[in-house]
Design a protein around this ligand. Structure first.
Ligand SMILES: Nc1ncnc2c1ncn2[C@@H]1O[C@H](COP(=O)(O)OP(=O)(O)O)[C@@H](O)[C@H]1O
Ligand SMILES: [Mg+2]
Length: 315
């Protein structure tokens, strides 16, 4: 480990402080790795999922719809929840409390059941009839004691399809809910929400939770602060200032995925350049000038931004 006095690292979370003493190459790996930030909407969504998970079996189970633009943290929340209730295997039976499946972009009811069976890990025989697949899926869902079924990319099955196949799938959802008496969680874009709302019977059984795009304000400021505290950089960054937030939101179009990507690149560049504080980097002096001009034109002051050019040995 490189020597670095700990008292200089007060801008970091305790875990990031330890990482900040690692050599540069290892710190870049940390920066690029997965991280979970428990921002308030994500925590609220997890709480809601937990409530549903604990719901007693009733005639009509409540369902949830997690709605938001692409690249805005929906699947991360689902994955976090799934890990809180991981599969377990007893002597001869596997239990899968939370079963997650992703709908492919051109699904049919048959493909839905195939996706479901492969999520359970069931061996598949080719060209099975729909009725058999359905029976098998129901039997296995009960056997592995699935307590919550999560369907990610739900918009794929509902949006932009003729009303016949859409109806067929909505019927399937209703059928599963009635048969299994477990909560269903749909995850998708606004298209999924609109489709569910086109069905009077499903509409009031799916409570929507939304993850809107990030906009200027307190929530974004504290998200950026969490990122800043989690990257193992040895100097405090300016990424939590209002100007920087405005810049990042403009460039990311407000999704957490794109924010993450920009910040990750900036943090890697910081380590790589020896700067040790996050800079909003540009690859060439030309693009730096363009960026400044762009800001000035939109009335965003650039004096407080750490705008720099850095060489780009990283992707
Ligand atoms: N809670 C979070 N903490 C840290 N990073 C996150 C979080 N949620 C999302 N991200 C980042 O955003 C990216 C996109 O998130 P994802 O859940 O895949 O979006 P969606 O499913 O809405 O398309 C993730 O790969 C991750 O880099
Ligand atoms: Mg997703």
């Amino acid at each position: 480990m490189e020597e670095h006095p700990p008292e200089d690292l007060a801008h970091l979370h305790v875990t990031a402080q330890t990482a900040a003493r690692l050599p540069g190459s290892e710190r870049m790996q940390r920066i690029r790795g997965d991280r979970w930030i428990g921002y308030p909407r994500a925590v609220a969504a997890l709480d809601r999922l937990e409530t549903l998970f604990e719901w007693p079996t009733t005639q009509r189970m409540p369902n949830l719809l997690l709605i938001g633009p692409t690249n805005n943290g929906k699947s991360m929340i689902i994955e976090k929840f799934r890990r809180q209730h991981p599969p377990s295997s007893g002597l001869d039976e596997e239990q899968i409390p939370v079963l997650t499946l992703q709908m492919p972009s051109d699904p049919s009811v048959i493909r839905f059941y195939v996706a479901l069976l492969s999520a359970i890990g069931a061996p598949l025989r080719p060209r099975q009839r729909l009725a058999d697949l359905e029976q098998l899926a129901l039997a296995l869902l009960r056997r592995v004691e699935v307590r919550m079924l999560v369907i990610d990319e739900l918009h794929n099955v509902l949006a932009g399809r003729d009303s016949g196949s859409r109806r067929e799938f909505l019927n399937l959802l209703r059928f599963l809910g009635n048969e299994l008496r477990i909560p269903l969680v749909g995850v998708g874009t606004r298209e999924a929400y609109l489709a569910i709302h086109s069905d009077a019977q499903l509409e009031n059984r799916f409570e929507p939770i939304t993850l809107p795009l990030w906009v200027e304000g307190q929530e974004t400021a504290s998200l950026l602060a969490s990122f800043a505290a989690s990257f193992p950089l040895r100097s405090p960054s300016a990424i939590t200032t209002a100007d920087t937030a405005r810049y990042l939101l403009a460039r990311s179009e407000g999704t957490i995925g794109e924010l993450t990507r920009l910040l990750t690149e900036a943090a890697v560049a910081a380590v790589d350049s020896g700067e040790e504080a996050e800079v909003l980097w540009c690859r060439t002096p030309d693009s730096l000038e363009r960026l400044r001009a762009n800001f000035t034109a939109r009335g965003i002051p650039t004096t407080t931004l750490s705008l720099k050019t850095v060489p780009a040995p990283f992707p």
